[in-house]
Every structure is written in structure tokens, then in C-alpha cells.
Design a protein around this ligand. Structure first.
Ligand code: 3EB
Length: 366
């Protein structure tokens, strides 16, 4: 399940249930940078409790199996874990993984919505931590937002999230175009929420010490240049990032949907949306394979990626699965989750990750 690191474990693996993960050896668990877990019930965070490992839990139902699923990242060598404000983090010498979960509390700042404030606060905490621990480059962010398509305070919640995110980037002097992380921003329902509790924003991130290469999709306008019709602030993400994590090169393909230019294509047609989404992933992959730093690497194809497929309507699962297998082969690795996309007319979104095999030892200094 992925590239094996020097501890003998894969850097990245995707198909562990919470129960299977908890049954792994102590050594295996000790080498975890962190885990992102998805299950319908808001289970107690057993993994984090079992050793202070950063663990995000999102209340999303897995559609391809009656089980939970975790995406696990492993580090190399000495790992350090800690907590800073609401962030749980773990780092090795090349990469830092963090998780932050914030309730959307009302505060005194009446100019900002609770979600906008939670988002801005989360990203401010992230940037402060990355500066302090000197992992300045944000590779990839996973954003999970309750009721993402709901409207409140006169603005769709995803657009409120975009306001808070961009403000935090600007406050820390970060680029909001070009050098921005790969990301996804998905919605989950309120089913797992205890009545009366505040909705919680979940963000996980991977950062490092070497600048990643940011990759855009020639079929799409960069999201950070979307026109105003999609909200007062553009989303702050790139279509993919190619990062060095220790000796490994990792490609993070952002959440990708049936969008060409800036417009949604094929509203209401889940098969056509699936095909268009895969065409977009293929275009991003072609761009990645052309990067100079990968010149001597074997090229990646659609069959070699790890996919997470977010499906709005569970009844669409079979059609999406068939189409993805037709385009990427039967042997692909994919996990299917029920989620809402950030535009109401999108029926699915697919993200993908790949770890390139390491081909060369670094040049010896004479
Ligand atoms: C899109 O292409 C679909 O706001 O971080 C995909 C990936 C999407 C990331 C984000 C949004 C985000 O615009 C939506």
C-alpha cells in the first residue's frame, strides 16, 4: 500500500479501518505522523487517545464498505509530537502533519461570521506553528465543513470559509495566488452532531522544509482566479502540489470536479461529470509528469494513484465506480465517501495522491 520508508512501513496508506489500525504493532503506530478517519458515527477519537497521534475524525459515511476508513501517513526516523493551541502535530525531519478541529463559536467580532472566524483562526494558528517550528511550506490542506452549501448571514458557508482562509494567508504575508497549497474543501451533514452542539470545522495539513512545486490545470482557470460570481474571495488552493517528504516525492492532486474554465459542466449527469473529472485529473497528472524534477522518474498514470472519491448521492456510487474503473483500470485503489461538494451542482469530486519511487541517491560532494 504505497512507498515503503526506512522503518519498513508505507509513507502513505489508505485502507485501514479504525479497528484495523488500532490492532497494528506499537512500532507501526509509533511511526505514524497522523491519520484522517472517516465514519458515519462521530466515534470517540481512540487513535489520538492511544498515544497522542494527530488524528482527524470526520463524520462521513464510507460507501464502498460498511466500515470506517483511515488515511495514514508515516514518518521516518525520530518523530516529535505536540500540541499548540488547538493543533495536534507530529513531525520528522522533513515533514510536519497537523490536525485542528475548531467549533464555530460566536464571538464579539460581528463583522465576521462564526465559520469565517473559525477558519481564519485555524489558519492563523497553522501559520504561526509552521513559522515557529520552521516548516514554512504548506503542501496540502484537507478542509471539512459542516453544511457547506447552507446559506447564513447572506452568504453560502463555503464562501464564508473562503473569506476566513484568504484573510489568514494575507495576515501572515503568504501568497494567495501561485504558491498556494493543494487542498480539498468538502461538506459533511449534521447527522453525527449532538443536538445543540456547535458545528466543528476540521482541517488537516502537511507541511515541509523544501518548497513544493505547484501545478495548475490547463483545462481550468486557477481557482485563485475564479471570478466574483463564485464568492467575494477566491479559494486559496492550487490544482496539485509536488513535494519532497524526506527522500520521497509526493504528488497531491487537489479535490477535482467537473469544472472546465470556471464553469460546472454536465449538471445532473453523474456519468458525464465523472468522465470530465477524470479528464481533469489526467490533465493535472500530465502537467506533473512534465515537471523537470521528475525527468528521470518513471511517469505516473491514472492506475498508480490513490483516490478518494466524494459522492453527493449514495445512489450514484455504482455509476461513478464503473466509470472510474473504465478510465483508470479495475485494479485502482479508491475509497468512496458520502460528502457534499462546494458547488450545489457538483455530484462528485475526486482527489488523488501518489508517492513516486525514489530513483537516485543524492550526488556525492567531492
Ligand atoms: C473546484 O475545482 C472544486 O476550496 O480548497 C476543490 C479543491 C474545490 C479545493 C478548496 C475547492 C477547494 O473549485 C472545489
Amino acid at each position: 500500500m504505497g512507498k515503503v520508508n526506512d522503518a519498513g512501513y508505507p509513507l502513505h496508506s489508505t485502507q485501514f479501518s479504525v479497528a484495523a489500525l488500532l490492532k497494528q504493532s506499537e512500532q507501526w503506530k509509533d511511526s505514524m505522523l497522523g491519520a484522517f478517519c472517516f465514519s458515519a458515527e462521530a466515534v470517540k477519537n481512540q487513535i489520538q487517545a492511544a498515544g497522542n497521534v494527530p488524528c482527524m475524525h470526520v463524520a462521513m459515511q464510507r460507501l464502498d464498505a460498511d466500515d470506517s476508513v483511515c488515511e495514514v501517513w508515516h514518518g521516518r526516523g525520530q518523530l516529535t509530537r505536540g500540541q499548540s493551541g488547538a493543533i495536534h502535530y507530529c513531525y520528522d525531519e522533513g515533514a510536519l502533519l497537523g490536525v485542528i478541529e475548531l467549533p464555530e463559536a460566536l464571538s464579539a467580532d460581528i463583522d465576521k461570521t462564526p465559520l469565517q472566524q473559525a477558519t481564519e483562526s485555524a489558519y492563523r494558528q497553522i501559520f504561526a506553528l509552521l513559522e515557529r517550528l520552521r516548516y514554512p511550506y504548506l503542501f496540502r490542506c484537507w478542509n471539512y465543513i459542516a453544511d457547506i452549501n447552507a446559506h447564513s448571514f447572506g452568504l453560502e458557508r463555503y464562501r464564508q470559509f473562503n473569506l476566513g482562509r484568504q484573510d489568514a494567508f494575507l495576515a501572515y504575508g503568504r501568497d494567495v495566488t501561485g504558491n498556494v497549497p493543494a487542498a480539498c474543501a468538502m461538506g459533511f451533514g449534521q447527522a453525527g452532531l449532538v443536538q445543540g452542539a456547535l458545528p466543528t470545522l476540521h482541517i488537516a495539513f502537511l507541511a515541509g522544509r523544501a518548497a513544493p512545486q505547484n501545478i495548475e490545470n490547463p483545462r481550468q482557470i486557477s481557482a485563485y482566479q475564479y471570478p466574483q460570481e463564485y464568492g467575494p474571495r477566491s479559494p486559496t488552493f492550487s490544482r496539485a502540489s509536488l513535494a519532497c517528504m524526506g527522500q520521497d516525492k509526493v504528488l497531491f492532486i487537489s479535490g477535482t470536479a467537473s469544472i472546465v474554465g470556471h464553469a460546472t459542466l454536465h449538471p445532473g449527469n453523474v456519468v458525464a461529470q465523472t468522465r470530465e473529472t477524470i479528464a481533469n485529473i489526467k490533465a493535472v497528472l500530465d502537467e506533473a509528469n512534465r515537471q523537470r524534477c521528475l525527468a528521470s522518474q518513471p511517469k505516473l498514470d491514472l492506475a498508480s494513484l490513490y483516490y478518494t472519491v466524494y459522492v453527493r448521492h449514495p445512489a450514484d456510487l455504482a455509476q461513478i465506480r464503473t466509470e472510474l474503473a473504465r478510465c483508470a483500470g479495475d485494479a485502482l485503489t479508491a475509497v468512496y465517501l458520502q460528502a457534499d461538494m462546494c458547488r450545489e451542482d457538483l455530484l462528485l469530486e475526486i482527489e488523488a495522491t501518489a508517492v513516486y519511487p525514489q530513483m537516485h541517491m543524492p550526488a556525492q560532494r567531492v
